[in-house]
Design a binder for this molecule. Structure first.
Ligand SMILES: C[C@H](O)[C@H](O)[C@H]1CNC2=NC(N)=NC(=O)C2=N1
Length: 101
């Protein structure tokens, strides 16, 4: 079953439950800060594993000590869907274990 685009209000309501996440253009985004470059790299690997398990992938950017995600749903024509928020929720759950803020 195709995934339907969320309305602006649905997006805003869901973002209110995800501190640190925001809507940037047609993607939801978050930047995490880590203590070291190696910690940031380990978080990238963990997120990549989660994305493979979900079969849903963000644009993932590794900085010196930051990890940024930007995601929307290609199969919905680049709209934001529940799949994007499912990924965001799983990353929010695993990030603290890496010391991410
Ligand atoms: C064929 C494969 O299942 C699809 O291309 C998956 C892969 N990862 C994906 N990631 C994202 N962000 N959106 C998608 O629609 C999507 N679809």
């Amino acid at each position: 079953m195709p995934t339907e685009p969320l309305s602006q209000k649905e997006i805003e309501d869901r973002l209110a439950e995800l501190p640190g996440w925001s809507l940037d253009g047609d993607r939801i985004t978050r930047t995490y800060r880590l203590s070291t470059h190696f910690a940031a790299t380990a978080l990238v690997v963990h997120i990549a594993q989660t994305q493979e398990e979900l079969n849903h992938h963000s644009d993932l950017t590794l900085g010196y000590n930051t990890v940024s995600l930007a995601v929307h749903t290609h199969d919905a024509g680049g709209a934001v869907t529940v799949k994007d928020f499912e990924l965001a929720g799983k990353v929010e759950a695993l990030a603290p274990g890496h010391g991410a803020t």
